[in-house]
Design a protein. Structure first.
Ligand code: TRP
Length: 329
């Protein structure tokens, strides 16, 4: 079976943006691929190095979000990045031939640097896409289901693999990104991206009353004051969510909004019902796995499988790079 690798930074609970951009795809693909899910704690530290005390909770939370969303821990390997030393080793080797200018031109890095207000960048932050290449290549994954903001990083990974193979011999596949049909979800405030730091997110673990509050206060078409005013669905947050969670009714909703026959409140209520269809089973699975020690046990098992895959890859890498000094030939 071909391998998939994808994952998240443990900087807080996962939201609907993660779900639509990547989580939903992971769940669909888990039966057809050998799936590795990384909880990228080292990557989280590239921006949050001053608060390591938050890691343990966030690692557990992100793992549980993935399981609750429908990943089967018997089938997929969910693991912690920092517990797989082969990823750190590969990061060093990949950094040998990846230039600083390639990293500086990465649009996602530029956006994030601006967002965090960096006037200078740490070596670790600028280089995290190289580390992410190691996240993907340590198990020789071929497919990477991600949201579109991750495409520049997958490009770096493809470069890293291709160049390694040219320099030292064929070891790595050149992995493909797999972008979902709805690869980005706008925030409740109409901001381009749902994100924890913007405070405009619905979390997978939110309960129905929280979701109700959030949906009811979400921004719709500002030009639509009365129910009968013709609406502009394409600038409406709620319509974007219908596209992501209620595809079947989209043509009808578009028509009723444009003609002014359905009001925003009814449209929001309809959306809440559809969100519940997605979120209620996730809540149930969360309760099932949210038992003392259960998530840790899953992470330990997954990390063990990741280390085994990494050990196999490092043997190939050491041979290719002629650093297998003590090996009998
Ligand atoms: N950069 C990803 C994010 O911010 C998380 C991540 C780390 C990742 N390593 C990865 C995603 C490897 C895909 C593959 O969401």
């Amino acid at each position: 079976m071909k391998r998939i690798l994808t994952g998240d930074r443990p900087t807080g609970p996962l939201h609907l943006g993660h779900f639509v951009g990547s989580l939903r795809n992971r769940v669909r693909l888990q039966n057809d691929f050998d799936t590795f899910i990384i909880v990228a704690d080292v990557q989280a530290l590239t921006t949050h190095w001053e608060s390591p005390e938050l890691l343990k909770t966030h690692v557990q939370e992100v793992a549980l979000d993935n399981i609750a969303a429908g990943l089967d821990p018997e089938k997929v390997s969910i693991f912690v990045q920092s517990m797989v030393p082969q990823i750190a080793e590969l990061t060093v080797f990949f950094g040998l031939y990846t230039t600083v200018s390639r990293l500086r031109h990465n649009p996602t890095i530029k956006t994030e640097a601006k967002q965090y207000g960096y006037t200078d960048m740490t070596y670790g932050f600028l280089g995290y896409p190289v580390s992410q290449a190691a996240d993907i290549l340590f198990c020789r994954a071929e497919l990477v289901p991600v949201g579109e903001d991750q495409l520049p990083h997958v490009e770096v990974t493809r470069f890293v693999a291709r160049r390694f193979n040219e320099l030292y011999g064929q070891v790595f596949p050149e992995p493909q990104a797999k972008i979902s049909d709805v690869s980005r979800l706008i925030g409740l405030d109409g901001n381009a991206k749902m994100s924890k730091s913007l405070g405009n997110a619905i979390y997978l673990k939110d309960d129905p009353s929280e979701i109700r509050k959030k949906v009811m206060s979400a921004v719709t078409d500002p030009a639509r004051i009365h129910k009968t005013d013709p609406g502009h669905p394409n600038i409406c947050t709620i319509f974007a969510y219908h596209k992501a969670f209620n595809a079947a009714e989209v043509p009808e909703i578009e028509e009723c909004c444009t003609k002014g026959t359905t009001g925003c409140v009814a449209c929001k209520k309809n959306l809440m019902a559809k969100l519940e269809e997605t979120l209620a089973p996730i809540r149930e699975r969360r309760a099932e796995f949210d038992k003392p020690g259960r998530v840790e046990e899953i992470l330990r098992a997954g990390t063990g499988r990741a280390v085994a895959a990494g050990t196999e890859t490092m043997e190939m890498v050491r041979e290719a790079m002629q650093t297998d000094y003590w090996k009998e030939r």
